[in-house]
Design a protein around this ligand. Sequence first.
Ligand code: CO8
Length: 258
Amino acid sequence: MNHLLVENKDGVALLTVNRPKVLNALNEEVLKELRSALAALEEDSGVQVVVLTGAGEKAFVAGADIAAMANMTPSAALGFAREGQQVLLTIERMRKPVIAAVNGFALGGGLELALACDFIYASEKARFGFPEVTLGIMPGFGGTQNLSRLIGPKRASELVYSGRMIDAGKAHEWGLVNDVLPAAELLDSAEKTARQIAANGSLGVAAAKDALVSGLNMSKEDGFRYESTLFATLFATDDQKEGMAAFLDKRKPDFKNK
Ligand code: CO8
């Protein structure tokens, strides 16, 4: 891989987009690498949770690569947007949670990437925005859909139509990010939460992610039905027996993820 770094410790994989000279902008090669790295992490039994971040001091991901897009034909742009959407769908369909640790600019396609993750922690230096309209285009990587579901259509319209950036504090106030941390503490905090998730029964976490993500596209009644079906399937697992036996025995559970 040319543009990604992957480091695995204690069941938590740190996946870093590594093109700091162009603020980690996404070109087709990065998108392809992201898709295959995420697929590999999903299959890796030594990984329970992924933390996604950007290399360098300045950016998480400052969007799609403008130099690469500048001369695209409509059909190339379609292929590029679809490749990007496949990355987002991969994250949403993974059984393992993916936490975005936004260390700087998360703009355009970079914000869309963060929005596809299960939740976002931000450093105090983080900046969020959709500058696409300043380039004569619009978000094309799921941003209009995911942002307005998350922070509501009014705030989403303001951000998308103006192209302006908001800081981490405003993003927190609007519910875009779960927590804001000093830059030096961002990765430690994300990894600490990731390790706490990794210590839980991974089948339960995966089923909960499935219910949360799938439920967004269902009626409440269908969502309830789906949730109860997933809940019931966990009673066929060793982890359910171990988790409840450990509670009753007043000891820590030893989950085997089966
Ligand atoms: N693409 C390509 N290069 C970039 C990008 C980018 N998105 N962002 C920054 N760079 C490059 C700069 O050109 C510069 O290169 P060089 O040193 O060779 O001149 C280097 O990174 C450092 O950037 P700056 O000097 O501009 O740094 P500043 O601190 O002055 O400014 C900003 C930081 C404000 C983040 C500024 O770089 C900027 O505005 N960047 C562009 C942000 C943007 O418009 N992003 C949206 C792109 S469009 C998009 O994402 C559409 C997604 C649609 C779906 C596609 C599927 C993936």
